[in-house]
Design a protein around this ligand. Sequence first.
Ligand SMILES: Nc1ncnc2c1ncn2[C@@H]1O[C@H](COP(=O)(O)OP(=O)(O)OP(=O)(O)O)[C@@H](O)[C@H]1O
Length: 304
Amino acid sequence: MNVAARAANNAIAVNGIRKSYGFGARAVLALDDLTLHIPRGQVYGLLGPNGAGKSTLLRIIAGLVRPDRGHIEILGEPAAPASRRRLGMLIEAPGFYPFLTAREHLEMLARMADTPLPVDAVLKRTGILHAADKKVSGFSLGMKQRLGIGCALVGQPEAIVLDEPTNGLDPDGILEMRALIRELAERDGITVLLSSHLLDEVERVCRRIAILRRGALAAEGDVAELLGRNGRFWLNVDGAEAVSKKLGARAEPANGGLYIAVKQADVPELIASLVAAGIRIHEAKWVKPDLETVFLSETRENRS
Ligand SMILES: Nc1ncnc2c1ncn2[C@@H]1O[C@H](COP(=O)(O)OP(=O)(O)OP(=O)(O)O)[C@@H](O)[C@H]1O
């Protein structure tokens, strides 16, 4: 794929973005020459510990913060007011007019959009049709969050950026919101870039993720591939101690068996050699970690 085709294939491209806050000795480097490409039509997750730079990145994409250097492309065009109109955003706790209704908020935004969706369709989609004509002052946090997503959707965006979209939702609300987010990508082809602290949520909802650590990329890739890459081979054998001695540093006793550092391609040979040495194997399997394990190993502070 040539450079132009690849650029057009990205919903959002983050190219060498650097951003620091403050000056001199007090300056804080929030993003450190970050480059990231978010493909179209998927749910893409942005993860990182507190202070890793997630909000700064989302705010730069939204045009709320100016980077020191680097540039952003949105749907193949340089980030500018025109290209940002093709993005829907729910970035900071959405500010609503307390005495306007949900419908009135959406109608106001629909009037400003080039190709708005029907307001009733948005209310239905976000699960607040029943409260359409109630004043927002009486809304719970979860209803406000839904209305915030509705506001991001009403302009019929090609991509949306959501900062912690399930914040404040109850367990049922979280499930519904996850389903909505997946549907936006799978049914409507909308790219979703979301940040979240909830790793199991990201594991379930996102196809691809980036893990930020101190403003730089600690890991990036397909969720399935990242989990697979961090998988470990586990053996339950008779005489684990003797096997551990035989394999040396490659073996690590755990859970009544042994984790073995081995490439997938070398597993048949490993098993054959153990069997040839008279070792009885009861169970052999690849154990895939959950995203939390990958996240912790990629962001642990004692790593270089
Ligand atoms: N307006 C600001 N002025 C000064 N420093 C800031 C400002 N905004 C962010 N920072 C600093 O920049 C770094 C990155 O912050 P940012 O909020 O982007 O991280 P984050 O990953 O979103 O964190 P969290 O998960 O806590 O929201 C942090 O060290 C933070 O203290």
